[in-house]
Write a new protein. Structure first.
Length: 192
């Protein structure tokens, strides 16, 4: 597991992460190009750097406020880009699977100042960048190699609710549609 940390993270916190088994990688922050944005979104574009982690074949990204309750190793079977749709058919960037590419990252950086972001952050940008995402096919884990190799690799796939469920959906709706391995994601705008 890799934790990406900026220079604003204390040495004490980095040491704790390492003691818990994390590989700590230092990264510089990407400035948010949106002048009108919530203050808490000042560094969220830094998340886009996962698309440039080319020393890895695949990256499974989890926001710091997600909770994994069961193995999610099947996410490594996803294609080039996987995320799930949340409210209002919007791509949610809290849980993503990325096949890193310097070319893709450079293309994103060329467009970061011109593509609109409905949130003022990375999630809104990614919704503009992957505008056709709501039409992506659903990711089906554990397909046989024969089936997977018989069709073209999709540019993007949607993750089901199994991988990124709101805590409210899980707790308040009697675990409706939610598998035990779902990653929890809070309903409120800020983690506690």
């Amino acid at each position: 597991m890799v934790a990406l940390v900026s220079d604003g993270v204390s040495d004490f916190a980095k040491d704790l992460l390492q003691a818990d088994g994390w590989k700590v990688e230092l990264i510089s922050l990407l400035a948010n190009p949106n002048q009108v944005r919530p203050k808490r979104f000042w560094g969220v574009y830094t998340k886009l750097k996962i698309f440039n982690m080319t020393r890895y074949k695949k990256v499974v990204y989890l926001d710091a406020d997600t909770i994994v309750v069961k193995s999610i190793e099947d996410l490594f079977q996803c294609g080039r880009f996987c995320a799930n749709l949340k409210h209002s058919e919007r791509l949610n960037s809290g849980v993503m699977v990325v096949e890193p590419s310097a070319t893709l990252f450079e293309d994103m950086m060329r467009q970061v100042n011109s593509l609109p972001s409905y949130t003022g952050g990375d999630q809104g940008f990614l919704n503009s960048y992957y505008a056709d995402f709501p039409n992506a096919h659903l990711f089906v884990p554990n397909l046989s190699a024969e089936i997977r190799n018989s069709r073209p690799q999709p540019e993007m796939e949607r993750l089901s609710t199994l991988y990124n469920a709101d805590v409210g959906l899980y707790m308040l709706a009697n675990k409706w549609m939610v598998d035990e391995r779902a990653s929890g994601h809070p309903l409120h705008p800020r983690p506690p």
